[in-house]
Design a protein around this ligand. Sequence first.
Ligand code: SF4
Length: 673
Amino acid sequence: MLEQLLQRDVHKRPPTVRLQGRILFLTEDPDLIRRQIEGEDLEWDPSIPLRDDISTDEITPGWVCYYYDEKLGEYPYVGLETGGQRPIGHKDIIGKGFVAAVSGKRRGKGSSREAAPYAERAAGIRVVIAENIERIYRENCENLGMLASTDFSLIDRIRRGEELPLEAFIDPEAGQIERDVMEYGGLLDYAVARLKGLVQVPAIETASARPMTVAEKILARHWVVDLKEDEVGVPAVEPGDTGFVRTDLRFSHEYVTPMASSFWDDFVGEDAGLNDPDSIKFFRDHLAFLDEVITPERKKAGLLDAAHALHDRQREFARRKGVRLHGELSDRTGSEAICHIMVQDRYALPGQVVVGSDSHTPHSGCLGCVAFGVGTTAIVNSWATRDVRLEVPPSVRVRITGRKPDNVTAKDMILEVLRHPYVKDGKAIGKIIEYTGEAIEALGIDERATLTNMAAEVGGFTGIVAPDEKTVTWLAERRDLDPGEVREMIAGLESDEDAEYEWTMEIDASTLRPMVATPGDPGNGIPIDELDAPVELDIVFAGACTAAKREDMDMYARVLQEAVDEGRGVSPDVRCYLHFGSVDVEEWARERGYDELFRQAGIQVMPPGCGACINAGPGVSTSPEQVSISSINRNFPGRSGPGKVYLASPYTVMASAVAGRITAWTPRAAVPA
Ligand code: SF4
């Protein structure tokens, strides 16, 4: 495939850009947004509150991502919620002359979907401006050739139609690679320029060994020195080093593979094979249950057909390229697995670099690998070169000491982390989140995965726990690996004593109590005993990559067994749904009688799949008044239907299902260590 890439002609784009057009201010006031859509141009006034925390779910809600081409331009921001309203509708942006979209803090948080900037670009937006911009989203913009900036002084210059140097949109601290990607108008053109020797990846200067964190050690081992010569590995890296790292595993799911496959066919060639297809995996997990919940209006609008087309396209591409697809179940509705759970259970290994087309890819950091989400274009690039670009991020340590109470879980820990001002102010964006401390060491691998998975909600580049004896035992039991070989594999994979951390968050686990995140944002954490008033529930959802693992099943079962023993089950006032994370987890749960217990307790037990977590399966809300408690990882507006979603641990979710209102679980007996 490299030969096909080398046949392409690529050129630098002109050194100046003129972006004359209208500016769209995404404000907190929905009326101001509507007035702009109707034709009014707002003066830039810093006192007008801009919407912070605009997630990619709001830019392109899950159902919009059923499209993977220019049609996306009809939909940017249709999920944007502000002032309790959704002021932007279908075709409100395209054709209105907007070239720039301005918002507040943490633009592009949440999912790594490249559909978000793609939709903005297809609607005419050529530059996004925000106080700060999330890592994956910004990288996706650059990879697509879109401009992004945190410089608000550009607003008036754009409006005046000034000829602006491209330089104005390049972060002054950007490295050579980022500059070259911008100058070549996107990552794929840059890849060709790189292969042709038109650009050089600068060698890093961190030549000699230095104290490193575990993640830095892994990145150093995977650092690409020379792509053509296949030379990989340097003695050391440090934050700020930029380059490419060789990946061990690359995966994508049906939301992304189709767009990536069409980029591949268009850019590289339909006949070109992928580089090392054995280390690429595809998943059909997000939309397997869509048929069961799609509204008649959406079905009439052709969205079900569009969603099926995603599946068909991925299946066809997998067959054509010889890639393993973990697809739909043949005997019933459902998926073989949610991607992250299958990657953790079957594929990822300590010390590896894993990339996935999904923001929760850090999940596998529970095994001591550097796992991170990348966008569509980066996945396509990796199919050709097996590497991905990155700048070594600074590390932040989350040290959780002490012994946690029995009813406190990793989910409660991460909700505590997420409500910390350091995280809420966006200071953890793009950083490596390393979890350490005796409370982390005491956690099983599945529980560690809850923490690393939700590094995505922290805004981090990845989350990681250094591998230890628990990792050895887990890999020996789960994968049948030889413990001695695993010990060799993890040798040296710990952070050096004097490794550098930008900041350390200290948490005493013994002070933690069961938490919920109130609707709207995973950062809205609060101990349950501090809720103002009882919260009555309509829906309970147990599942998703964060909470459909074996240890999660243990927790659901523990609470339900107590309830069933007392002659109780799920409250008649709520509907409760549970998904297994994979067919492996399902089988394991069956062997323990959990599925029978769950059904006996009144739960609707479903085969694996993402389901309601992505607003595409049983358990979604159907009206704004409905209240849910859910074990998923994010509760951004509209994520799981129009209702209000509280996030909580498996214990809390199931105790609440039994009570019919949000309640913490009080164990009758000590939880086994
Ligand atoms: S379960 Fe939810 S968060 Fe996890 S991969 Fe699926 S949609 Fe994403």
